[in-house]
Write a protein that binds this ligand. Sequence first.
Ligand SMILES: [Zn+2]
Length: 99
Amino acid sequence: MRAIVVDPDECLSPHWEMRRRDQVELVWHKPFEGVGRVRALAWTCDCRAVVYELLQAGGQAFIRKTTQAEPIPEVEETHRWPIEEARRVWHALLLGEMR
Ligand SMILES: [Zn+2]
């Protein structure tokens, strides 16, 4: 797996890679309400207009996509996966293999 490069001077969080031609499309849903506690496992840098977060809820995890916009950011989420599966999707997303 390639290293995810972080610019130490500017940004503390990783950046997602640009879209690749053979990219797999993720299915995005409206946010699912009603989960009690959600814990952020990882997130991308908010210097980009689109921020992704890997979130854990109970024994499952999912990815939340926030498109920063005025007046209200657009929020979408994937469905839930087992945590290991969600981590695989997360890395693929950062590398531009999924979006
Ligand atoms: Zn950044």
